[in-house]
Design a protein around this ligand. Sequence first.
Ligand code: C2E
Ligand code: MG
Ligand code: MG
Length: 710
Amino acid sequence: MNKTRIMVVEDEAIVSLDLQNRLQALGHEVVATATSGEAAIKKTEEVSPDLVLMDINLGGNIDGIEAAKEIHKRFQTPVIYLTACNDEKTIQRLKLTGPFGYIIKPFEERELHGHIEIAIHKNHTEKTLRESEERYSLATKGANDGLWDWNLETNEIYFSSRWESLLGYAPGEISQDPNEWFNRVHPGDRERVNKEIAKFLEGNSHNFQTEYRILHKEGNYRWMLSRGFGSRNPNGKVSRIAGSQTDITERKLYDPLTGLPNRALFMDRLERLIGPASPQKDFSFAVLVLKLDAFRRVNESLGYSIGDKLLAQLIQRLQNCLHQQDTVVSLGEDTFAVLLEKIDSVTDATHVANRLQEALGHPFHVESHEVYTTITIGVALSGTGYNHPDDFLSDAQTAMYRAQDLDNGRCEVFDPVMRAQAVASLNLETRLQKALEREEFLLHYQPIVAIEDGRLMGFEALVRWQPQDGSIIPPNEFIPQAEKTGLIVSLERWVLWKACSQLRTWQLLAPDSELTISVNFSPTQWHQPDLVPMLQETLLQTGVHGRNLKLEITESTFLKDTETLSLSLKKIRDLHIQLHMDDFGTGYSSLSYLRHFPIDVLKIDRSFVRSLEVNSRAKQIVKAITNLGQNLQMKVTAEGVEHPEQLRELQSLKCDYGQGYLFSRPLDNETAERLVLGECFWQKAFQVGPALSDSKGEGEDPGDHGLPNG
Ligand code: C2E
Ligand code: MG
Ligand code: MG
């Protein structure tokens, strides 16, 4: 063990010598002696003893207590007093100097030794503590994070000055009240943060972590991450939590991929423009929502790395068209929003929109690829009385959807009628969803007949919606919405299953007939990856043969992903299911798909059939379609046959099948069953001569057989 290095301060030479001898005998080392207070201070500085033994009454200007005070202050060297004075006044004075011991002369050696040992040990402990405190204080000052220490028993909280400065406050400006913290947390985050803290207090983990926005002195919110450790008392209750708070605003508010502000920052800026302190009296602002169709295509076909490069170019072009103060944000894969500040009028906003369309309309060159995109834009303007940024953005989105409905690549400005329509369509969506769950749909069946002799060939299954109030809603009022929301897929699968089950029932009633059933499929259905197995499964479960099922396809189906579709159609062919081209002539104008896809029947749209008797152009078109069908070995069905004259024309054009009110409206299943069992409601239409005109009584609907209409 190291010897303790001691300085002896004693003005009586004999006493000093005696003490030195005794100390050496105890194994200590006397490194210095002094006889006055001044000398003691000087020698402490020179030799840095471990301990000073100090007499109180000394020669010189200052006494032992004054000297000890100075030594303790300047060098933190521990001092033990050795004195004969034990009057109350002296004791009070020396107490104030924080002595490490106090020995009344005369004393025993053992006593001296004990005091020295204790003083050295105490000094060591204090030194370690002092160093650790210094370390902590330096760390606190140097740390970029704010620190906090919450005593749950007293409910007091210590905030470091960095914690305060993160919120824009000077040291000491925030009091030690936890509410100083929690009352500043954004109202939208407060409940969650409280829950997270409560969960931590109840549970048994030692640390917790939470993110929230907190109000800065300047009135804006900053994003913070707080991490804390708790210490628990023996019964498991947390008595204290301490931790750090880090400013994560940059990370939270900017998208790392694009460097653009994210939605939270965008909303924050919008909120400030809308809010009560907004400068909007002097100027207007607008939100533009842009949809670009290129991303999805590029990501799907060329991969995400090309997609990211395209994105970078696109953002560059966008920003070149905008002012510094305008904010661009990405709302998802292919959608962006732009906040235009300081515009003077609606036309300013639409000018910017046109400029963006122009700038983004030129092709992009990404590696060796040339990429084009359409830009559809919706605009919402300030001054419409918005209170919430969400409403503002959602109106711009509604306008964008409207623009998309009208035509890709358009720009539409929001008006309140759109909002009403958007709300209505949302309500419809919810009702449709419920209707599917409750099976509120039913099928009507419209006969398809041979044009030559009126033979019943089969039926087209047409869906109706019968809500609980008993009314019947026609398909054009809900199919478009079901298509938009994707509900159409389940709905049509139900239709298919129902139609096939019905056909099976009829086949058992009339085993000799080769009746068929036609089912309409929307483009979304045709592009479902499980289409073929789903069809196989339905045929198997209902016991219907593929040759008795016809699926109606529309031209717009061929606009997308034709390779996969072509594969599915071939497999469907293998199941002997026929493909009927519905509403032929009304859609997409290229006829090339007729060569690529295995179509069996063309259904001439009723708009051409309607004008058949009055319009020779319509007649030419119908003629061209029937010829096309004959040349390509396809059959032709005419839709919407209402008048006997139309039937005659179709007969002369050698059209194969017909469907229309002249024969029958769509029928409920019971009425349709009478046809299956051999009744016929439309013989008259096929009787030539006077009988035909006889049948056409005034005001009589040619399809009216006193039967229920579809
Ligand atoms: P579509 O497939 O072209 O069906 C024929 C429509 O023409 C039916 O209307 C039918 O009632 C009507 N129609 C038949 N003959 C005549 C006629 O002589 N004159 C007139 N003016 N109309 C006639 P509906 O039942 O209202 O269906 C309308 C459309 O709804 C259908 O047109 C079809 O596109 C769609 N639809 C019906 N059911 C479904 C379905 O299950 N899935 C899908 N995706 N669409 C369906
Ligand atoms: Mg159809
Ligand atoms: Mg049709």
